[in-house]
Design a protein around this ligand. Structure first.
Ligand code: LRH
Ligand code: MN
Ligand code: MN
Length: 391
């Protein structure tokens, strides 16, 4: 039992019940670094099996009912059938991620490539992804471009921005009324001198030019060390342009480690901005974008979902009235103490109660381990696939 006041526990539980965290198909497949992929036993051999693993995460956590796809990593003949398979397992297909970063043609860029034929190929893929969204019922198209240059003078900055804007506009025009475009930025990598969408300002400018259904996505691993990500959250929320998160943790660059593992306090600060703005259930997509190179994958995804849930619970415990009173009084230390009180609260008893109320095991990881699922798939699946990179 949690020792919070009953009204507080009820308020927090109601909000947590409504929270949705989307897992990523590629987290379940083999992945690695530029140097080595460590294959694991029992990993999915096709998109159908990735969705089966995602459904297991939802079964034990109760808050991860959708799974993002990455095209063409998750290419199938019949996407409506894949969506049916997901529904049968109790989940739905979520965000469609376009991959215009792996073909040889994209060496000098995809939608910003100097060659019009390559640009056409890339735009055709983006539009194909919207066709897939129609078949899967997905709301969001998430776009990350590896486009950039390695050397000063290699290509013209403004010309590339124009090509990018044209490609985004053509794709945006193809979206249905209920569909959104999420534009993801990343500081650097794989391009090292110039990246065409390196920061939230660039993404924001393109999204504003496109319209209401174009929104920025924040991948927590895509910033310089020391960046105040919660400030970016606040700015985008204020502008009505925060479409979602790709959650993960980093120490150095785009490490894609389990969210909340490197810096749980940062995750709390991010969720605090969301809760403070009352944006927890207003359409922002909370997605995981991680890979689990060393650790068992399904268990790691469960851990990640729980980490987001714990950070959210703590953010929901911040006493907003006390915070505002301290801020208005200019009481620096009291304002900080209000935040730290919430952060330092042990929310695990509350989460255990919540899960029991939902008919779930209070300890999802223990329940998953007891279920024998991993042993079963290790026996059944031979020759799992790689998510797509790191070979
Ligand atoms: C790029 C990125 C982007 C891709 C994913 C696999 O680093 O974060 O979201 O789609 O990784
Ligand atoms: Mn990402
Ligand atoms: Mn990334």
């Amino acid at each position: 039992m949690s020792d919070l006041a009953p009204e507080t526990a009820t308020r927090v539980s109601v909000a947590l019940r409504a929270q949705r965290i989307e897992t990523a198909s590629w987290a379940y497949a083999n992945s690695g670094t530029r140097f080595k992929v460590f294959a694991q036993e029992g990993v999915p051999r096709d998109p159908y099996e990735k969705i089966a693993d995602a459904a297991v995460v939802h079964r034990f956590t109760g808050v991860a009912p959708s799974v993002a796809l990455h095209i063409p990593w998750d290419k199938v003949d019949d996407y409506a059938d894949l969506a049916r398979h997901a529904r049968e397992l109790g989940v739905v297909l979520g965000t469609i991620n376009a991959n215009v970063f792996q073909d040889d043609d994209y060496k000098l860029g995809s939608v910003t490539n100097p060659d019009p034929a390559v640009r056409r190929k890339a735009i055709a893929h983006l539009i194909e992804c919207v066709d897939i969204m129609d078949a899967t019922g997905s709301r969001d198209l998430k776009l990350w471009f590896s486009d950039g240059t390695n050397y000063p003078g290699q290509d013209d900055v403004r010309t590339r921005q124009g090509r990018l804007a044209d490609a985004l506009a053509e794709t945006y025009a193809r979206l249905g009324d209920q569909q959104r475009m999420l534009l993801e930025y990343k500081l650097f990598e794989p391009a090292f001198y110039l990246t065409d969408v390196p920061d939230w300002g660039t993404a924001y400018l393109h999204c504003v030019a496109l319209g209401d259904r174009a929104q920025v996505v924040i991948d927590t691993g895509h910033h310089a060390p020391g960046t105040n990500i919660e400030f970016i959250v606040a700015m985008l929320v204020r502008a009505g342009k925060l479409g979602g998160f790709d959650f993960n943790s980093r120490f150095y660059a785009d490490d894609d480690l389990m969210v909340g593992s490197a810096d749980p306090f940062q995750l709390f600060r991010i969720m605090h901005e969301i809760v403070l703005a009352d944006e927890l259930d207003k359409g922002i997509a909370f997605m995981l974008d991680q890979c689990h190179n060393l650790e068992p994958k399904i268990q790691a995804v469960i851990r990640s979902v729980l980490n987001v849930q714990e950070a959210t619970a703590k953010a929901l415990l911040v006493d907003h009235a006390a915070l505002k009173a301290a801020q208005d009084a200019g009481d620096v230390l009291e304002a900080n103490a209000v935040l730290m009180d919430a952060y330092n609260t042990d929310v695990r008893p509350l989460l255990r109660d919540l899960r029991a109320d939902l008919g779930l095991d209070p300890d999802p990881i223990a329940a998953y381990k007891r279920s024998g699922y991993l042993e079963k798939v290790k026996a059944e699946r031979v020759g799992g696939t790689q998510a797509g990179w790191g070979a």
